[in-house]
Ligand binder design. Structure first.
Ligand SMILES: Cc1ncc(COP(=O)(O)O)c(C=O)c1O
Length: 456
């Protein structure tokens, strides 16, 4: 009997003891290969002395000072560093606001969009559109934006009226293309045009923002939109003076082989949310980056952003974030992820022989594998088989960590797993990962078909 409120009180979890590089060890001495960087967080691998030293240095100076009274040197440095990474058209006059996690970043981004309009005297705009298949976080504002039925269900009556449009989900494109993913530019444009229809229906004067992940993560397993999708979204936002928020919590800072996921589409958002990889799990850290255009609305008005967290811009977290970005740059890890993308995806091809890898998709070191019962018809597994959970459980038995997701086709069925290892994973470790994954797929399939799935 434990006093710890576990994520699932009916499940037992190994106790973590230590971690180094791509491996996590539990207190029984069992080693796990971290093929998903936890929850796509530990982008630099575990146990880096450089980052630990930066944290300890900051701790020895000052652990905490409140942002209503002070700003820290590392906070200022990190803001300069991260704004410098943003694209032209965003960077000029841009500022960074720091907090502890991705949900806080999304809350902040949405409130910042609202404040932008209030500062400009446009009080009417308050609707934030988002997409049906999306994950933006677990707090109320972020969950209102989230378009994943199972995550919303218990809280539905407490959330804002959903304002969701379709994502450009190419494997199950509305045109019914099969058996692989759709490649039509027209279909991507049609998905983007749903936003325009929604804005017109709501009345443009009521709409403040649209938020989207450049490449959908947890709720659609690394689904990459077509090249025309985001440029059209940008056009629509501009036409109706709606702010475009890029939720880069998962994709930001190198995960997809570019600094920001939106760079793949040549589109510049108005606000960005960052998290996860920002301090690579060494400390809780996230950020909202406000473009010069957004900042100016505050500067031209009272300058006040009526918002804040006790742990905003925590100095120790900022020190970890600064050290993480410096490590990323010193070792050219974003370039390395881009260069190794094809090798990474080639390794996954062996999974096709298992007959359940319907779609293997993604960018950089962010891979999603959609699991289907029939490759030709794309028929999903019945929801009660819980194939993605089953694979995650079998993987753990085999000493491998993967990130499962489900319920994205119709709110109930649809399964994927994400493979997103640290950028520092060696070729030999990638081989080991995919060997273990192949073995895991085979054993999970036989459990799924025999119906004798482990219950925990
Ligand atoms: C795209 C995206 N936004 C927001 C969040 C929420 O971040 P956090 O869990 O750090 O609150 C996540 C977490 O998975 C995410 O993937």
């Amino acid at each position: 009997m434990s006093q710890f409120f576990f994520r699932n009180l009916k499940k037992s979890y190994p106790v973590v003891a230590s971690a180094k590089g791509v491996r996590i060890i539990d207190t029984n001495g069992k080693s796990y290969l971290d093929a998903c960087s936890g929850a796509i967080v530990a982008n630099l691998g575990h146990g880096l002395a450089e980052i630990n030293d930066a944290i300890n240095d900051q701790l020895s100076k000052v652990a905490f000072a409140h942002t209503s009274q002070f700003v820290s040197e590392v906070g200022l440095e990190l803001a300069a560093k991260v704004v410098d990474l943003t694209p032209p058209g965003f960077r000029e006059g841009a500022r960074a606001y720091f907090m502890s996690g991705g949900s806080e970043a999304v809350e902040t981004a949405i409130k910042m969009a609202r404040s932008y309009f209030v500062h400009r005297g446009d009080n009417q705009r308050s609707i934030c559109f988002s997409r049906r298949q999306s994950y933006h976080g677990s707090t109320f504002g972020a969950l209102s934006a989230t378009g994943h039925p199972a995550r919303r269900k218990p809280y539905e009556s407490m959330l804002r009226t959903p304002a969701h449009v379709s994502a450009d989900y190419r494997y199950r494109c509305k045109c019914g293309f099969g058996p692989g993913p759709c490649k039509s530019d027209e279909c991507s444009l049609a998905a983007a045009n749903e936003l325009e229809e929604a804005i017109l229906l709501a009345g443009p004067e009521n709409v403040m923002a649209f938020i989207a992940e450049p490449i959908v993560g947890a709720t659609l397993g690394a689904a990459v939109p077509g090249r025309t999708y985001f440029p059209r979204i940008r056009e629509i936002c501009d036409k109706y003076s709606v702010l475009f928020i890029a939720d880069e919590v998962m994709t930001g800072l190198g995960r997809t082989g570019t600094t920001f996921g939106m760079n793949h589409f040549g589109v510049v958002p108005d606000i960005m949310a960052l998290g996860k990889g920002m301090a690579a799990g060494y400390q809780p850290l996230a950020a909202v980056l406000a473009s010069g255009r957004v900042v100016k609305a505050f500067e031209d008005s009272t300058g006040v952003f009526e918002h804040g967290f006790t742990y905003s811009a925590h100095p120790v977290s900022c020190a970890a974030g600064l050290a993480a970005i410096e490590y990323l740059q010193k070792h050219n890890l974003i370039e390395s992820v881009a260069a190794r993308e094809s090798l990474f995806f080639d390794r996954a091809e062996k999974l096709r022989s298992t007959g359940i890898a319907g779609d293997i998709r993604g960018k950089g070191f962010m891979m999603g594998i959609e699991l289907v019962r029939n490759i030709d018809t794309k028929e999903p597994f019945p929801a009660d088989v819980r194939i993605s959970q089953l694979i995650a459980q079998e993987a753990m038995k085999n000493g491998l960590l993967v990130y499962p997701g489900s319920g994205f086709i119709d709110g109930v069925s649809g399964d994927h797993i994400m493979i997103a290892p640290p950028f520092t994973t060696s070729d030999a470790e990638l081989d080991e990962m995919f060997d273990l994954l192949e073995r895991t797929f085979v054993s999970a399939c036989s459990l799924a078909t025999s119906g004798s799935r482990s219950k925990n």
